[in-house]
Design a protein around this ligand. Structure first.
Ligand code: HMG
Ligand code: MG
Length: 298
């Protein structure tokens, strides 16, 4: 069966905008987050407290977060290390996310660490966040394929996923960072994780749409009981440290499918499409989302 309700974890303002060549002005980012909340999204990843040289697009996190903090939604932020956690806690963040990799190549490219060194870097972050009553998401990137290493063995993903769980992460988001997953692979990975002691109700899925499989992969995950799905308004996104990663699954495409399946999301699709059309105008190119194109009237 399928879940009765799906929680959408909106990543457009973070995963989307981190990959834009142009730096979007902070006022536009704040309006984007506000409009997403107005469209009914209840979890909106706002920004990242990473090194500003590594992701200059989000170097304005200190300016952005206070502008959106009062919105009545959950506003998770990325924190790679204790320095990032300190910055997020200083602004009152109540949800943070660390981000690990299933592969050594991406751990090096994205975090300048081995996989185990990055887990060691996260350990005090998760412990301190939990002690402060802050919800912790653990991202796990390259769960299916890696641009340098090719196909990623399921056993490797299970190992790092279990390690994130043992650190104390409340939720783990399985990332198909470069968008190479197909539905059979998704099912095989979820079955291996369940067999490895990672309960499916602690998992989220995070698909990029490089090969047009993100929605099919999502349906495969829903059929295995996953009920938290990451998506990006208008299909914005990618990762600056993963060559060939394209946009995330578009939130509009996800909402259209879920609506057809009778699954409640609380999202007003017309308001969301209007938001993505507005953002596309700021970015100077149309949204790649098929649903945005089908439902926009200009
Ligand atoms: P490093 O160069 O090893 O840093 O980078 P370090 O620990 O050696 O520190 C060097 C200097 O940076 C120090 O300053 C630190 O204070 C400073 P100094 O003492 O030399 O003056 N520093 C910081 N400053 C501000 N904020 C911080 C911070 N940390 C250190 N948080 C580091 C290591 C982790 C910092 C770096 O690699 C980094 O910032 N990486 C972030 C990369 C990133 O954000 N990638 C995108 C997100 S992941 C993603 O998109 C995938 C996802 O969507 C899921 C999927 O699709 O798979 C989540
Ligand atoms: Mg991503």
């Amino acid at each position: 069966g399928l879940p009765a309700r799906v929680r959408i974890h909106e990543v457009g303002a973070r995963d989307g905008l981190q990959n834009e060549k142009a730096v979007v002005p902070v006022e536009v980012k704040a309006e984007f987050v506000g409009r997403l909340a107005g469209a009914g999204l209840s979890t909106i990843e706002a920004t990242s407290f990473v090194h500003p040289k590594w992701v200059p697009q989000l170097a304005d996190a200190e300016e952005l977060y206070p502008r959106v903090a009062a919105l009545p939604v959950a506003l998770p932020v990325l924190v790679p290390n204790e320095r990032g956690l300190d910055r997020a806690l200083a602004l009152g963040a109540r949800r943070v996310a660390v981000f690990a990799s299933a592969t050594e190549s991406f751990a090096r490219a994205n975090l300048n660490r081995t996989v185990d060194e990055s887990l060691a870097m996260f350990a005090p972050v998760v412990a301190r966040a939990k002690a402060a009553g802050v919800h912790v998401r653990g991202y796990l990137s390259m769960c299916f394929g890696d641009p340098w290493e090719g196909a990623v063995p399921v056993a490797r993903v299970v190992r790092v996923c279990r390690a994130l769980k043992e650190l104390g992460c409340d939720e783990i988001s399985l990332g198909d960072t470069i968008g190479v997953a197909t539905p059979g692979h998704v099912t095989a990975l979820l079955d291996a994780l369940t067999a490895g002691g990672v309960p499916v109700d602690t998992l989220a899925v995070h698909f990029h749409d490089t090969y047009g499989q993100a929605l099919a992969n999502t349906l495969a995950a829903l059929q295995r009981g996953v009920s938290t799905v990451d998506a990006s308004a208008g299909g914005l996104g990618g990762c600056p440290y993963a060559k060939s990663a394209t946009g995330n699954l578009a939130t509009e495409d996800l909402v259209w499918m879920l609506r057809g399946l009778g699954i409640d999301t609380g999202v007003d699709l017309d308001r969301l499409v209007a938001t993505s059309v507005w953002m596309a105008a700021h970015l100077g190119r149309p949204s790649p989302s098929r649903t945005v194109r089908a439902l926009s009237h200009d």
